[in-house]
Design a binder for this molecule. Sequence first.
Ligand SMILES: Nc1ncnc2c1ncn2[C@@H]1O[C@H](COP(=O)(O)OP(=O)(O)OP(=O)(O)O)[C@@H](O)[C@H]1O
Ligand SMILES: [Mg+2]
Length: 253
Amino acid sequence: MTRVISVVSGKGGVGKTTTTVNIGTSLAQQGHEVMIIDGNFSGANVSQHFGLGFQDVSLNDVLNGDAYITQAVTKHSEGVSVLPASVLDFGANAENLKHSLVEFLGDKDYVFIDAAAGIGDEVQASIEASDEVLLVSEPELPSLTNCLGAKKIAEQLDREVIGLVLNSVRGENSEVDREDVKDLMETEIIGEVPDHPHVREGIALREPVVSYRPDSIVSAKIENVAYRVKGEEPPTRGALLRAKMKLQDINPL
Ligand SMILES: Nc1ncnc2c1ncn2[C@@H]1O[C@H](COP(=O)(O)OP(=O)(O)OP(=O)(O)O)[C@@H](O)[C@H]1O
Ligand SMILES: [Mg+2]
C-alpha cells in the first residue's frame, strides 16, 4: 500500500524541500521504493536538490495533459524517483495532481509531495493529492503559527497529520520551548533537525545531505525522522559511528 504524504509548512523558506528530499532519500537508502513530487509549481526546487538540471518534460506537462507521467519521472542515483515541476512554466493545472498520480502509485512505498509555501490553491492541491500530511516549522513563533494554519487546512480536508518536524534548530534560548510547541501545535514533534552547514554544502553540490554526508549528525537526525514516519523507533548508533559523526562536525571539510 502506497503512502502519499504532502509536506507543508505555511511559512516559506523553513525547509520543506530540504526535509522532503532528505527523508525521501533516507527511506530509499533503507530499501523502500520512493517517489518525490515537486508540488511547488510557483517555485520548483526539487530537481536542483537532486542535481537533475532542466527537464524536457515536467510535471506541468503531465498536469496539462501534454505528457505521460512516465515521461517526466527521472531516477536519482540513490534510487529515488523524482517528478520535477518546471522551473520556468508556472501554468500547471494543480487540481489534476491527485488523479494523475493514481495510475503511477503501484510499486511505490512512499510518495512525497513537496508543497508550496502558504495555504493557497497550490498547497491545497498537494494536500488533496495526499492521504497524510507532514508539518515542517522552524522553532520560532511566526513559523509555528503559520504552520498551525497549514495544519488547520489539512484537518479541514480530513487528512491525517503525521506530526511536526522542527527544522533549522540551533538550540538557542530564543527558540520556543518544546512544551509550548506541543501545546500550540497539538501534534507530536517527530524530529528535530539542526541548522547545519552540511545541509547547505549538500545543496551547493546538488546532493541530499544524507547522501553527501551520510555519517553527519544532521543526516542521523533526518534518518530518525524517516524511521518515525515509518512508525518505527530510530536505531541506536554505536560508539564508533557516534565518534565519526562528532569528528565530521569538527572537520566539516
Ligand atoms: N537544517 C538546515 N540546516 C542548514 N540550512 C538549512 C536547513 N534547512 C534548510 N536550510 C537552508 O534554508 C534554505 C531554504 O530551505 P528550503 O528550500 O528547503 O525551504 P522551503 O520551505 O522548501 O522553501 P519554499 O517555501 O521557498 O519552498 C535552504 O536552501 C538551505 O540553505
Ligand atoms: Mg520548497
